[in-house]
Design a protein around this ligand. Structure first.
Ligand code: ATR
Length: 276
């Protein structure tokens, strides 16, 4: 069977091996997908050793997504804009092709999982690190009316917006960076792409930013997402954690590698059951 992996540090907690094994089972694909722990300063060496063992493709998680984008000899436009990759595929000449399916995963879970349309709505993206950069392009492609990027460090939000200005114009989306002032009551969808909860920080958007019934999406899941989801519910929003994004980004990677679309919604339902 063909060999794949997810590489990160730490990696033992990763649900990706379970998700991909289930995809393979349900689509009849013969593959092995393993967790691969790389030393923090040893990503490139771990990747080379994996390729030498015959590895065909690799998902990349924290903290290696930036390095993954750099080590590839070819990369998608999404990766070039994000500066981060989560999916690597071996090319016939042995070099790596990099893609980023995080944004596709987020969009698929908002549309199919939460049943929301992004087109025409006002969206607030909190955060301007790798997680936010990885999803901005695919969010723009859904043609919301407006995306506001807000971040603790304003300069980072401005840089992210500047990098995506051309793509925003192409999709006719108003894209801007803004501080916490003036965000009240304006948004149909809020996406939390910050690490504030891990850092023990406050909710990274001001109270009142959500319109009634707005979707409040945290890209994390489990205990790390709980504070934001509780806050969103108390604000009259519809909370949703990032478990669906995890499954859908995996499904998009699986489809790139195998040319087969796995049943992501079914596997998400199964995963929720095993975690509850
Ligand atoms: P990631 O790849 O997870 O996005 P990152 O590049 O370190 O990691 O970015 C973390 C994001 O969470 C950033 O937007 C960061 O804000 P800064 O750019 O100001 O650092 C945000 N973040 C982290 N801790 C935070 C806190 N306590 N409050 C608000 N935002 C926080």
């Amino acid at each position: 069977p063909d060999l794949y992996c997810v590489v990160g540090h730490p990696i033992a907690h990763s649900r990706s091996p379970w998700i991909h094994a289930r995809f393979a089972e349900l689509t009849g694909q013969a593959l092995v997908y393993e967790p691969l722990l790389a030393p923090v300063d040893g990503f490139a060496a771990a990747l080379a050793a994996f390729a030498a063992r015959g590895g065909r493709g690799c998902n990349v998680t924290v903290p290696f997504k930036h390095e993954a984008a750099q080590c590839a000899s070819q990369s998608s436009q999404r990766v070039q804009l994000a500066g981060a990759a989560n999916t690597l595929t071996v090319q016939p000449d042995g070099s790596w092709h990099a893609d980023n399916t995080d944004g596709l995963g987020l969009v698929a879970d908002i549309v199919q999982g939460a049943g929301r349309s992004i087109a025409g709505c006002d969206l607030l993206l909190a955060g301007a690190g790798g997680a936010a950069a990885g999803v901005l392009g695919p969010l723009l492609a859904q043609q919301p009316r407006r995306i506001v990027v807000t971040n603790r460090t304003a300069a980072r939000a401005q840089a992210l917006v500047a990098r995506h200005a051309e793509l925003a114009a192409l999709h006719k989306v108003e894209l801007l960076a803004q501080g916490q002032q003036g965000l009240e009551g304006d948004f149909d969808i809020i996406v939390n792409a910050t690490a504030a909860s891990l850092a023990g920080g406050a909710i990274p958007v001001p109270a009142g930013a959500l319109r009634p019934g707005a979707l409040a999406y945290d890209m994390m899941y489990g205990p790390a997402a709980q504070g934001f989801l509780d806050w969103a519910r108390a604000q009259g929003g519809q909370p949703r954690d990032g478990l669906g994004m995890l499954v859908h980004q995996a499904a998009a990677a699986f489809a790139l590698w195998r040319g087969v679309q796995p049943p992501a919604q079914q596997v998400l339902a199964e995963l929720r059951k095993t975690l509850s």
